[in-house]
Design a protein around this ligand. Structure first.
Ligand code: ATR
Length: 276
């Protein structure tokens, strides 16, 4: 790779397991664009300093992951609509003195659901599990795509209630953790980090038998605990979050390079590498 190749980076803490460098390398190969893309551990509170150094060294763009997305939002000016509604930034573009912030998580999720998995969000009744940053990042796009109802269900109900108040949106509802009452959801999205603890949100098996699609934003070589539970109850309509990861990266790539790469071959390749 020539030194003149444009420089990009993913930052977060922890960062060593990030797949973003592999994904962007595959996009670069596919589109014939030369770039360098590295990963860098940046601790909470240190993003501003790192971005200044990265820009001085010729860096053109960054992806931002946990726990820095809100810090990135505070740092960026201007920010796009998705970032403003989510109050979180996952993509930074550096141009001159400008540090522009975007949020591609919502579009990444929506494109995986609609374009890759063939679901229709318009009119869908959605059960959203979790009320943290991952949920906030994708809600604006789900609303934009005309979901008919989004019920938020979180282990700590006060956090879900706060989210409802912040968005002030008539299509939102609340479900209580462990006491989901409606079974006619079209789509159940797990945006909690419960899988990291080997755990899954408690749900009624009727959701599976009534044909809901289960999407877990986490991804791993093995099915996540929630997706295992779906299979145990005879459900086949499910996907993990690898497609979302690749789609949000594709949108970052489009912002930086002006070309939208094809995602499906990259999803297949990363899945193959993950499972080998
Ligand atoms: P992120 O930015 O990844 O969303 P976060 O803002 O810390 O991270 O939010 C984590 C989410 O996962 C929260 O909804 C959290 O629930 P609480 O608000 O009750 O903490 C949820 N979560 C984390 N571990 C969980 C577990 N073991 N079981 C259920 N929910 C869990």
């Amino acid at each position: 790779m020539p030194d003149s190749a444009s420089k990009f980076c993913v930052v977060g803490d922890p960062i060593q397991h990030s797949r973003s460098p592999e994904i962007h390398a595959l996009f670069a190969k596919q589109t014939g664009i030369e770039l360098q893309y590295s990963r860098q551990r940046v601790k909470a509170g240190r993003l501003s300093e790192f971005v200044a150094e990265f820009r001085d060294s010729g860096g053109l763009g960054l992806n931002v992951t946990v726990p820095l997305k809100v810090e990135a939002f505070d740092l960026c000016q201007p920010t796009n609509f998705a970032a403003d509604r989510a109050q979180a930034v996952n993509t930074i573009q550096l141009a001159g003195d400008e540090v522009a912030g975007f949020n591609t998580d919502g579009i990444g999720l929506a494109r995986d659901l609609e374009d890759n998995l063939g679901l229709q969000l318009s009119g869908a009744k959605v059960l959203m599990l979790g009320a943290g940053g991952a949920t906030r990042g994708v809600l604006p796009e789900l609303l934009q795509r005309d979901c008919s109802q989004i019920a938020i269900c979180n282990r700590t109900p006060a956090r879900a209630e706060r989210l409802l108040q912040q968005f002030n949106e008539s299509r939102f509802a609340l479900e209580l953790w462990g006491e989901v009452r409606a079974f006619d959801y079209d789509l159940v999205i797990n945006a909690t980090s419960s899988s990291l603890a080997g755990d899954r949100p408690p749900l009624p098996a009727e959701l599976v038998s009534q044909g809901a699609f289960f999407y877990d934003m986490m991804y791993a070589p093995e099915p996540t605990p929630l997706l295992q539970w779906v299979s145990e109850h005879g459900g086949h309509r499910q996907a993990d979050g690898l497609g979302m990861l690749v789609e949000q990266a594709a949108e970052s790539f489009r912002i930086w390079h002006g070309i939208k790469p094809r995602s499906v071959p990259v999803i297949r390749e990363i899945r193959r590498v993950m499972q080998s």
